[in-house]
Design a protein around this ligand. Structure first.
Ligand code: EPZ
Length: 416
């Protein structure tokens, strides 16, 4: 348990380089199981979910060493196909190992990922994708069992553009005999990034970034180097922090197109945005304007992970800003905590209405999930006085030293 002590009232100034992407590195780490060679990953963020994934790989018999932001893996010896419950439980996305274990070992056993503060997190699309490749699946005693005597390529129709199910299908298809076509695929930048990594490993595949991904074959290479893409949601977090606190901030090392669905609403709220090669600059000098309706959607739509962050930016914006959460059923928990700061947030099911207030007053609040916790920290930047955000460990799952990043921009934040 840690407490983020945030002193409001200090505008942010300066520039930061964005960390490697949590949601890109996790499927890449799982995909390493496909090869029996050595892989060197760079720009790997220091995050709890990444360390949990490295520990899972070690338990499966791989070696995984970290030197700063460089992680070297050797999956020559994969001796197991079961992910221990205590590790699977630490990280919701341990299900991302399913496709890789099936492809490499022909079987997989892992604890069902529990629900979390965003609502139920089913895995039916993951299982259907594995079954489309000829695998058998079974859920028993809170565990997920999958096995196959050889995966056979085929059509993998996804009913929803699930990011994780798309990633599992891409990775498993590399271990299938014959070509596979994934239809209804998610189109997030992290999917395109994973395709790039799988190609570097020896996959013959294309289509990532569209709804149809084709995997023709896989001839694993023995030594691969790969740089993890920048984290678009961490970038959105810093941009929204400036929207909350005011100031002039440049975010470097990212693809501006990847955050366009966040910078557009910020601009419509009255922030001044400038984009260049690998950078985005935001200036906020006066009170922002509300009035928009922001509906979360799969990429390239408004990202659900940025919904709590934009909500923080809207708390003092003049007028009413409406959020519609179409991806997860319970992702407005930060609203009740924001109300403790004096915000006016009304939640009805999947709709939250934020009526901007003139001022927020610091108060003790509780982080209930990763992005909700981040939204409370940045809301505190725009509140008068001190906001103590109690965090049972969510923020460290997805942000590398967020306190240092914001302090370097002039925020007064201390973690106790
Ligand atoms: C990934 O989660 C991200 N996590 C999430 O980021 C992100 O919010 C989400 O994609 C949506 O963009 C990682 O990449 C590690 P989904 P994932 O499968 O893959 C339903 C963060 O804060 N669904 O695209 O779990 C599901 O319930 C995290 O960084 C099924 O119904 O998300 C949800 O309503 C939070 N059956 C929708 O699909 C399934 O088998 C989208 O989920 C799987 C998902």
């Amino acid at each position: 348990m840690s407490i983020w002590r945030v002193q409001g009232g200090y505008p942010l100034e300066g520039s930061v380089t964005i960390q490697g992407a949590k949601n890109a590195v996790l499927p890449v780490l799982a995909a390493c199981i496909l090869t029996d060679g050595e892989i060197e990953l760079t720009n790997v963020p220091v995050l709890r979910d990444v360390e949990a994934s490295l520990e899972i790989l070690r338990r499966l018999g791989c070696t995984a060493e970290r030197q700063g932001d460089v992680v070297t893996l050797d999956c020559r010896q994969v001796t197991g196909s079961a992910i221990p419950g205590e590790l699977a439980g630490q990280m919701r996305s341990s299900v991302i190992f399913l496709g890789a274990l099936l492809a490499r070992c022909g079987q997989a056993r892992l604890a069902l990922p529990g629900g979390c503060a965003l609502g139920p997190r089913p895995v039916d699309l993951h299982l259907a994708a594995m079954e489309a490749l000829g695998a058998h699946t079974q859920i028993a005693d809170g565990e997920l069992l999958c096995w196959a005597d050889g995966l056979a390529g085929g059509v993998i129709p996804l009913e929803k553009p699930s990011v994780g199910a798309t990633e599992n299908a891409m990775i498993a298809a590399c271990g299938a005999k014959g070509a596979s076509v994934i239809t209804g695929a998610a189109q997030e930048p992290e999917i395109v990034h994973l395709q790039g990594f799988l190609r570097a490993l020896g996959a013959d595949m294309d289509g990532a970034g569209t709804s149809v991904i084709t995997v023709r074959g896989f001839k694993p290479v023995r030594r691969v180097g790969w740089r993890i893409m920048p984290d678009r949601i961490a970038a959105a977090t810093v941009l929204c922090a400036c929207a909350c606190a005011g100031g002039d901030v440049e975010v470097r090392g990212l693809e501006p197109a990847h955050v366009a669905a966040v910078t557009r609403p910020l601009e419509d709220m009255g922030a001044r945005l400038e984009s260049g090669t690998g950078r985005v600059r935001i200036r906020c000098a006066r009170r922002l304007r509300g009035g928009q309706t922001l509906i979360t959607a799969p990429y390239p739509g408004f990202p659900t992970d940025a919904q709590p962050l934009l909500m923080a930016a809207a708390l003092k914006a003049e007028g009413v800003t409406t959020f519609v959460e179409t991806i997860f059923s319970d992702r407005f928990r930060q609203g009740a905590e924001m109300a403790r700061l004096g915000a006016d947030v009304r939640v009805a099911g999947r709709v939250a209405s934020v009526t901007g207030v003139e001022r927020l007053c610091g108060a003790p609040v509780l982080a209930e999930d990763l992005r909700g916790g981040a939204s409370l920290i940045i809301a505190g930047l725009g509140a008068e006085g001190q906001t103590d955000v109690t965090d049972p460990g969510h923020v460290a799952r997805g942000y590398e030293r967020l306190d240092e990043t914001l302090s370097a921009l002039g925020a007064h934040i201390a973690i106790t």
